[in-house]
Write a protein that binds this ligand. Structure first.
Ligand code: UDP
Length: 389
């Protein structure tokens, strides 16, 4: 097999790879080959219709689109409209359900009395005082306690984080917990962003439209490493697979967490009353239970049954799907080596690295798209412009 006649090869068809492919094909009128190891495109945003209930399920865990960036929002709206879904989540702790992210309702409920915003702020500040001045690179624990104080951290974050990461929270970066807002009002929306929603006719329809241009050739079930030699020398490559795998692990393994999903169809219309319930306690082996019908009430009402997916987190082995970069100090050392190797590979062979796996970053969907748009403008457009005869 040879791959003559392509102007660009993209390895991986997740949101990063699809954005690069779509822009390069339609804006620059180039032929793009997209290689995908899995039997479907779309990376972890892929979704499918559950055969028993007809409810859309996200195969790799819940994905809710949100962004405050006008350009990214305009870009994604070329391919899909979005519903008005606003994500809310709850956590179960000692038989009580509390709203997440931590907000005034969570704080009042936890301490058993109404507190004004100022009283709540003062109480949390007192409970966070042990941390003092945060170091420049705080750990999960330092950052968490500084945000919500020790009692709330111990209740809602310690056990959940132990299950999700199985890593001492002193070793995890503070950025992981900084993903969640903390609010001193009763706003219990999960995300702070201006725009939020779910693709009206599903993720797969959206992702298929991104790959639909005839100048894009998408090859599924195709492992780049098995045919790298068939790609003509000098063809630029955008690689979005695991960074350490590209370099044959010569800088050590980058640590990832993987998820196991346990699906259950329950013979009720509504099992838990909301999309996501987290289980804060370590004694419950799964981290959260997701009831997908609540993501699309406008269509899921047709089903008398409901589908639930429980998530179990564990360390990823070679054969597992990598989901979350662990990012311990050891990982960060290895990452420095890989970044240097990646820079050399870019200079010598025209290989660019991007996406969650290709840069070892905990990227949300809008971040993957935003960084692909930036790579397109800063690297791909100049590359083709400079080559014009
Ligand atoms: N987290 C927690 N308890 C919760 C929810 C989140 O301790 O009930 C912490 C945990 O460390 C987690 C991080 O906050 O890894 C980020 O959570 P998020 O919901 O953003 O994770 P995702 O939805 O990406 O799995």
């Amino acid at each position: 097999m040879t791959f003559e006649g392509y102007d660009l090869v993209v390895v991986g068809s997740g949101l990063f790879g699809l954005t690069i492919a779509e822009r390069t094909a339609t804006e620059l009128d180039k032929r793009v080959l997209v290689l995908e190891r899995r039997d479907h495109h779309g990376g972890n945003a892929y979704s499918e219709v559950d055969p028993d209930t007809g409810i859309e399920v996200h195969r790799y865990g819940p994905h809710i689109f949100h962004t405050s960036n006008e350009r990214i929002w305009a870009y994604v709206n070329r391919f899909t409209a979005f519903t008005g879904y606003r994500h809310k989540a709850f956590t179960l702790y000692q038989g009580q359900v509390y709203p997440l992210p931590v907000n005034l309702a969570t704080i009042c409920q936890f301490f058993g009395r109404y507190l004004t915003p100022d009283e709540a702020r003062a109480l949390i500040a007192e409970q966070a005082a042990e941390i003092g001045q945060l170091p420049p690179d705080p750990s999960h624990e330092e950052k968490g306690i500084s945000l919500v104080g020790r009692p709330l951290y111990d209740a809602f974050f310690r056990g959940y984080t132990a299950k999700q990461w199985q890593t001492d929270p002193k070793e995890l970066p503070g950025s992981v917990i900084a993903r969640l807002p903390v609010r001193f009002d009763f706003n219990n929306r999960y995300f702070n962003d201006t725009y939020e929603g779910l693709p009206v006719d599903g993720y797969t329809a959206w992702l298929s439209r991104m790959a639909a241009d005839p100048r894009i050739d998408l090859r599924l079930n195709t492992d780049f490493f098995e045919l790298a030699d068939a790609i003509p020398d000098g063809t630029p490559v955008v690689y979005t697979g695991p960074l350490d795998r590209y370099f044959r692990y010569r800088g050590g393994r980058l640590g990832w967490r993987t998820l196991d999903f346990e699906r259950e169809v329950a013979p009720v219309r509504d099992y838990q009353g909301t999309t996501t319930i987290n289980y804060a306690e370590e004694s419950v082996p799964f981290t959260r239970n997701v009831e997908y019908r609540h993501m699309h009430p406008e269509r899921s009402y047709r089903s008398d049954r409901t589908v639930l997916v429980r998530e179990y987190s564990r360390s990823a082995g070679d054969q597992d799907e990598p989901y979350y970069p662990i990012n311990t100090a050891g990982d960060r050392d290895a990452l420095r080596t890989y970044r240097m190797l990646a820079r050399q590979e870019t200079a010598e062979r025209n290989v660019l690295f991007g996406g969650r796996l290709g840069t070892y970053q905990y990227l949300d969907m809008h971040m993957a798209i935003g960084s692909a748009l930036a790579m397109f403008e800063n690297r791909i457009v100049p590359y083709f412009r400079d080559r014009r005869p």
